[in-house]
Design a protein around this ligand. Structure first.
Ligand SMILES: Nc1nc2c(ncn2[C@@H]2O[C@H](COP(=O)(O)OP(=O)(O)O)[C@@H](O)[C@H]2O)c(=O)[nH]1
Ligand SMILES: [Mg+2]
Length: 312
């Protein structure tokens, strides 16, 4: 996938997190409830070690409640992980995160020393919003913040908790390819990186399969089109979006599909389920094995393997 995260930033963030993570008593990873798998940062599993981890499925208001519940159970299969859901402006519920943190660190005496908690997550999942809710005042900038955050500062929270914001900037999962599309649909990856109309087409195909009734109702379609392209054409027709020469204005349709998804106008929609990502991982592993086998066979067949492969 043609997305370039600056290798320098990635390297720096990894180094800093590797340094501070062992000093933390607990980690909070904020995820987008609509894409709990795609919005994970790939660094966390490898750097966490034994540190307890709370996964917050945020923006619950936008996600499909039944699927979010399945995700919670699925995520909690991992050792030392608890998953909770959250939505903005719920201070009471946000403070429940701290209660859960206490439960998960039974050996830590908070009378003696503060509980050190690190909050992390890829851009746009709602970290700053949660930090502000927990602090009860605007300590973190929300919305369009610069990609690289400043040196971390701890925020004092009730119950002798010190909350550390993520140093550096965390990049999202970029493979399998579907992750990139789902991140783009939610707006986590700027649409300039992927082709705007391709992203909307991916969404249209998925909506038809997973939420046909929502699509039918929202766009007033008597009959459901067969595929995403058909749906985009049908929306152009319904909304009278035509470019010169009377051809469907797919850019405008893409805008509508993406905006109405992001604002929740289309309804509460999840873009992935545990079963979907398990299947995708299986397919990716099979493809890789297949490729490796092919390469192996080619190498043997011609005996022309580069780099003196025959010397082994
Ligand atoms: N619908 C919805 N939007 C949210 C929620 N939490 C945050 N947002 C919005 O998501 C955007 C990114 O939030 P921000 O806290 O800046 O994310 P950060 O980049 O992870 O720090 C902002 O426009 C927030 O208003 C939520 O629970 N529901
Ligand atoms: Mg932020």
């Amino acid at each position: 996938m043609a997305i370039n995260w600056f290798p320098g930033h990635m390297h720096k963030a990894r180094k800093e997190i590797k340094k501070v993570m062992p000093q933390m008593d607990l980690i909070i990873e904020v995820l987008d409830a609509r894409i709990p798998f795609s919005s994970e940062n790939p660094l966390v599993p490898s750097l966490r070690g034994d540190t307890p981890l709370i996964k917050v499925l945020n923006k619950r208001d936008l996600a499909d409640p039944e699927i979010t519940e399945r995700w919670q159970q699925w995520l909690e299969k991992e050792r030392g992980v608890r998953a909770i859901t959250l939505t903005h402006n719920q201070r009471g519920e946000a403070l429940d995160i701290l209660k859960l943190a206490e439960e998960m660190t039974p050996d830590h005496d908070r009378q003696k020393s503060a509980l050190r908690v690190m909050i992390l997550g890829i851009p746009n999942v709602g970290k700053s919003t949660i930090i502000n809710t927990l602090a009860g005042r605007p300590v973190a900038k929300t919305g369009n913040e610069p990609a690289v955050t400043r040196a971390q500062q701890a925020i004092k929270l009730p119950g002798n908790v010190l909350l550390y914001d993520t140093p550096g900037f965390l990049w999202p999962k970029l493979s399998p390819e579907a992750c990139g599309y789902r991140l783009a649909i939610t707006g986590a990856i700027r649409s300039a990186v992927l082709d705007f109309e391709d992203v909307a087409l991916f969404e249209a195909d998925y909506l038809l399969e997973a939420y046909p009734e929502l699509v039918r109702m929202r766009y007033g379609l008597a009959e459901l089109p067969e595929d995403g392209i058909g749906l985009m054409d049908a929306i152009a027709e319904k909304r009278r979006f035509f470019a010169r020469g009377g051809i469907p204005d797919l850019h405008k349709v893409a805008e509508v599909l993406l905006n109405e998804f992001r604002s929740g106008t289309l309804g509460r929609i999840s873009l992935e389920t545990p079963e979907m990502v398990e299947r995708e991982a299986r397919i990716a592993a099979e493809e890789q094995a297949h490729k490796a086998a092919e390469q192996e066979a080619r190498g043997k067949g011609t005996g022309k393997k580069k780099g003196g492969g025959n010397k082994r």
